[in-house]
Design a protein around this ligand. Structure first.
Ligand SMILES: Cc1cc2nc3c(=O)[nH]c(=O)nc-3n(C[C@H](O)[C@H](O)[C@H](O)COP(=O)(O)OP(=O)(O)OC[C@H]3O[C@@H](n4cnc5c(N)ncnc54)[C@H](O)[C@@H]3O)c2cc1C
Length: 257
């Protein structure tokens, strides 16, 4: 089975994030595999182990994304591809990303493509479904279980806490949701092996694209952090006095009454 994973390198939203001139500051930011893409890598490995074939992990990004690709290889993926846009493109959006991926998949004959449900940094959730549309593939989002029998896929998907069962056929693109599996940590032998696994680097030229073909359709005009939380206020005195003061503060300061 020809299995592909779309993997995005994102900054770790658990860490402190700084913004300068409307851009996330690279300095001090920690970078990780988008957590939903870890479910995709794990599921791809499991499908490969059950049905045979190989797992290729694909990232559009810069040179630094090699680290996250090597981690996916250490988990057990077979090959990685970095589509490096560093020298060619300054800006991009979901259109750019999907256009590049569409060109990449043109000659690939993928049986299944696994993506994350959403990227935790920009969180549009567009890339998977838009790519499936461009490749004329079935698409099932937020999956929590998948079983493949021949060319049939039986899938369970999370619908706001409910479960929906779907049957579809390959070729197929799925987006992965929490609950699908427990992504493994790379083992030491896995890390050693990953160093020798193939990591191909492509540029948009190699995909017969130029800057005009992938020009973004949207522009991020501003990005900012939520306002800092004010320190809390501790009320003192008898309970009935505290209640009076609380009601007064809710009216005059919070203006919610
Ligand atoms: C050349 C280029 C320049 C860019 N410049 C900017 C910029 O200046 N400012 C800015 O804010 N953003 C920039 N972006 C990022 C872009 O706007 C989006 O982050 C990207 O299109 C994905 O959208 P998303 O993060 O909402 O992902 P979602 O649609 O939420 O992601 C869902 C899933 O799609 C897959 N996926 C998403 N992105 C990638 C990827 N890059 N590689 C492989 N798989 C992926 C993953 O499986 C992910 O879990 C740039 C992108 C490109 C390609």
């Amino acid at each position: 089975m020809n299995i592909f994973v779309l993997l995005k390198r994102t900054f770790d939203t658990e860490e402190k994030i700084g913004i300068n001139n409307g851009r996330i500051e690279d300095d001090g930011a920690e970078y990780i595999i988008n957590p939903y893409d870890e479910y995709a890598v794990e599921e791809a490995i499991n499908l490969r182990d059950e049905h045979g074939g190989e797992v290729t992990v694909v990232t559009i990004g810069e040179e630094d994304a090699e680290k996250q690709l090597r981690t996916a290889l250490a988990m057990g993926a077979d090959k990685a591809v970095l589509i490096n846009t560093e020298d060619d493109l300054e800006e991009g959006d979901q259109f750019t990303t999907v256009k590049i991926l569409e060109a990449f998949f043109e000659d690939k004959e993928a049986d299944i493509i696994l993506a994350g449900n959403v990227a935790i940094d920009e969180a549009s959730g567009q890339v998977g479904p838009r790519l499936a549309e461009r490749l004329d593939m079935s698409c099932v989002t937020t999956i929590t279980k998948i079983e493949i029998d021949g060319s049939t896929a039986n899938i369970e998907r999370d619908v706001e806490g409910d479960v929906e069962k779907v049957e579809t056929s390959l070729p197929l693109l799925v987006t992965c949701q929490q609950g699908l599996n427990e992504p493994r940590y790379p083992s030491l032998p896995g890390i050693m092996k990953a160093k020798k696994k193939p990591l191909e680097e492509l540029e948009i030229d190699d995909l017969d694209l130029d800057e005009d073909d992938v020009e973004p359709k949207t522009k991020t005009t501003e990005i900012f952090l939520p306002p800092e939380k004010q320190a809390g206020k501790v009320l003192e005195g008898e309970t009935d006095e505290q209640v009076k003061e609380l009601v007064s503060l809710l009216k005059t300061e919070a203006k919610v009454l």
